[in-house]
Design a binder for this molecule. Structure first.
Ligand code: FES
Ligand code: FES
Length: 324
């Protein structure tokens, strides 16, 4: 199951923080969108969590079991929930731990989860990140003196799960914006863009470097984001389709793809457009055959390619005329 880890520091002694965390009703009250359907009893929780992901609104109703080890200051919640409207199901195991940090307390949270159904196709990690983002540190449950740590330790990021699991920091720019993030070493750039940065124009098809749907620019060159590790982009400049909204070549290509029927379902289109833009900029004199060869790394299962080739030729020809 995928894992997400977070940690934060609260400006209260550990015993006090632990007492607050044990008061489940109070913690839930402070989490926007969360509610208990009945008071917790014997570690059993029954409740609901409303989530908004872009245009999608989901309401997960579910149950969970809470276990807290007061001596070790560790706790676990195992639960599952169902959003009937979007026909999606989430199962999760949440482990949390409180550690002394001088006069303050560091709270570490690690979530193993699986998400199935419609929402899984939209975004897997983003849903859990969205819920974790509501931890009640801003409100009264965990105190007003929240002390966020801008440099969390690797151990804190990964969570103490009794196994080797090292998260990595990565600093890069995405569509011109500088980003510092923590990722699993195995996270590929496509998942990083879609699930952590919520840049969903990049599509994932085969996820092994064949179809080209996931193509983005890394330092100006097209790469398959499904076989490029996010950590390998350290100090790099990534550009996705969202970042090319005002690009003049992209504007010409968008118009030409629409006019020449260069797309049908649109799944391959983001990768097609990025590769086509690269071709237009590099090979101004390309004929139909050259266009087909250059675009052979992008697969389309709908159009039969003729409309795509025509669209690219239209842009190449129009540019030739402008220059002449
Ligand atoms: S999803 Fe990356 S090449 Fe197919
Ligand atoms: S338009 Fe459907 S896969 Fe290309």
């Amino acid at each position: 199951m995928p894992q997400i880890a977070q940690s934060f520091t609260v400006g209260f002694p550990r015993a006090e923080v632990w007492r607050m965390l044990a008061d489940v009703e109070r913690v839930v009250t402070c989490m926007p969108g969360a509610s208990l359907t009945r008071p917790p009893a014997g570690g059993k929780l029954l409740g609901e969590m409303r989530v908004k992901l872009g245009p999608i609104v989901a309401a997960f109703a579910g149950e969970g079991d809470l276990a807290m080890d007061d001596a070790a200051y560790t706790g676990t919640i195992r639960g599952q929930g169902m959003d009937r409207k979007n026909n999606s199901r989430v199962r999760a195991e949440v482990e949390f731990k409180a550690t002394d940090e001088g006069a303050a307390t560091r709270v570490e949270i690690a979530v193993d989860f699986s998400l199935t159904g419609t929402l899984a196709q939209f975004s897997r990690g983003a849903l859990i990140q969205e819920i974790l983002g509501r931890r009640p540190t801003r409100g009264h449950a965990l105190g007003r003196r929240r002390l966020p740590n801008p440099h969390p330790s690797r151990r804190a990021q990964a969570g103490d799960r009794g196994r080797e699991h090292t998260m990595k920091n990565v600093a890069l720019s995405v569509n011109g914006k500088k980003i510092a993030a923590t990722v699993e070493p195995r996270t590929h750039l496509g998942d990083f863009l879609r699930e952590q940065q919520l840049l969903t124009a990049t599509h994932l098809g085969c996820e092994h470097g064949v179809c080209g749907a996931c193509t983005v620019l890394l330092d100006g060159r097209p790469v398959r984001s499904c076989i490029t590790l996010a950590v390998a982009c350290e100090a790099g400049a990534v550009t996705t389709l969202e970042g090319l909204e005002n690009d003049p070549v992209m504007a010409e290509l968008r118009e030409a793809f629409a006019a020449e029927h260069g797309l049908q379902c649109g799944f391959c289109t983001p990768g097609m457009l990025i590769s086509a833009r690269d071709l237009v900029l590099r090979k101004a004199g390309a004929d139909d055959r050259a266009v087909r060869i250059e675009m052979s790394g992008n697969l389309c299962r709908c159009t039969g390619y003729r409309g795509i080739v025509r669209a690219i030729r239209r842009v190449l020809d129009a540019r030739k005329k402008t220059k002449a």
